[in-house]
Design a protein around this ligand. Structure first.
Ligand SMILES: CSC[C@H]1O[C@H](OP(=O)(O)O)[C@H](O)[C@@H]1O
Length: 371
């Protein structure tokens, strides 16, 4: 494979792009939280433009979640928690806000879990006699705590994942294939699977990051390539359909992917196209590793069949992002699941901030959750 690594200087799209800002942040004026806003980096506009969305109400935040302007399981958890605080700060119906936020996308358990965490804290404060401003401060404090916990979890996952890679592929020079986007754009920190690849790069052990474009919304081509270029990582973009030939050519040492929901038995929902990679990895004897915080593990979901897979609009398949005309004839029906589910027997290891589960089964997953 010829070296096609790109450095930020070589890519006009990136020249002059400001440093990657936080994917999500809370802002409030000196007068107090009544004027609070949630500022989101609009991920639908990347990599060409770094545009921020300023959400002043829950409806705007729900729309941003539904359109993937803000996305990625851990970040959805933060958005949900801050969304409850925003509703309380601005005097909206907090019960209604919690319901709207939790229902914005069904698969990533982090979203409803983040909403629940801030909502329960808010309600508990009110029950304990706090007034609304004080209860709002409690909800915001929970959101901020979750943000900090996710950043710390990101560092721990990178450390555990790097140590696992060294065990799986001794000597470094890893050629890692990844799918979708799992970097700082989905996290309070440096991400999940991408964070492991970034740590390997910084240790001089990453020979190549193979980046699946990840149809139909191209999170890989638009977002992972963007993050990899900014980190000056040796990355190469590929069509999802080309992954098989890379395995056949012996060009992949490990697969690193994220997760949106990990069931109690280790079944893992992740971006559609993940399951075929797991089958390819098994066929070619390549380690297949899921990297996710324990906030993505849902003990209440027993197995893969119990995971609700979000079905998205067909136009995302029949139209290319930004194209003037559809690629398919008008009226074409499209099958567009946002995720698929990989069974535990095809997963070499699950890496969380608490450690590594391998083999992957109900017992090893429970041990990760217990910490
Ligand atoms: C570590 S983020 C988890 C997960 O979220 C992405 O889905 P989406 O872009 O639809 O939010 C993708 O499945 C990532 O692997």
């Amino acid at each position: 494979m010829d070296d096609q690594s790109v450095t930020p200087q070589a890519n006009d799209q990136l020249r002059g792009v400001p440093a990657l800002s936080a994917a999500l942040r809370w802002e409030e004026p000196p007068e107090g939280p009544e004027g609070a806003v949630l500022v989101l980096l609009d991920q639908t506009r990347l990599p060409a433009e770094e545009v921020e969305l300023v959400c002043t109400d829950v409806q705007a935040l729900v729309a941003a979640i539904s359109t993937l302007a803000v996305r990625g399981a851990p970040l959805l958890g933060l958005a949900g928690a801050y969304g409850v605080a925003l509703a309380a700060a601005r005097g909206y119906d907090v019960d209604e806000a919690a319901a709207l936020l939790s229902g914005a996308r069904p698969t990533a358990v982090n979203l409803s879990r983040g909403v629940r965490r801030a909502y329960d804290a808010y309600r508990a404060a009110l029950s304990a006699g706090a007034d609304v401003p004080a209860a709002t401060a409690v909800a915001l404090s929970e959101a901020r705590a979750l943000h900090a916990e996710d950043a710390r979890a990101s560092e721990s996952m990178a450390a555990h994942g790097l140590a696992l890679l060294e065990r799986l592929v001794p000597g470094g020079g890893y050629r890692v294939l990844t799918h979708c986007n799992t970097g700082a754009l989905v996290s309070g920190g440096r991400g999940t699977a991408f964070g492991v690849a970034l740590a390997a790069h910084r240790e001089g052990r990453l020979r190549r990051l193979w980046v699946d474009e990840t149809r139909p919304l191209l999170q890989g081509a638009r977002l992972t390539a963007y993050e990899a270029a900014r980190a000056a990582m040796p990355y190469t973009l590929l069509a999802d359909n080309a992954a098989g030939s890379l395995f056949a050519a012996g060009e992949v040492d490990a697969v690193l992917v994220g997760a949106d929901r990990i069931a109690a038995d280790g079944s893992t929902a992740n971006k559609v196209g993940t399951y075929p990679l797991a089958v390819l990895a098994r066929h070619h004897g390549v380690p297949f590793v899921v990297v996710a915080p324990t906030t993505t593990v849902d003990p209440a979901t027993p197995d893969g069949a119990s995971i609700e897979v979000e079905q998205r609009p067909g136009h995302e398949v029949t139209e290319l992002p930004g194209a003037a005309v559809p690629v398919a004839p008008l009226g074409t029906q499209a099958y567009n699941p946002a995720f698929d589910v990989t069974p535990p027997d095809l997963i070499t290891a699950v890496v969380t901030e608490t450690g590594v589960a391998s083999p992957v089964d109900a017992a090893s997953i429970a041990e990760l959750v217990a910490g």
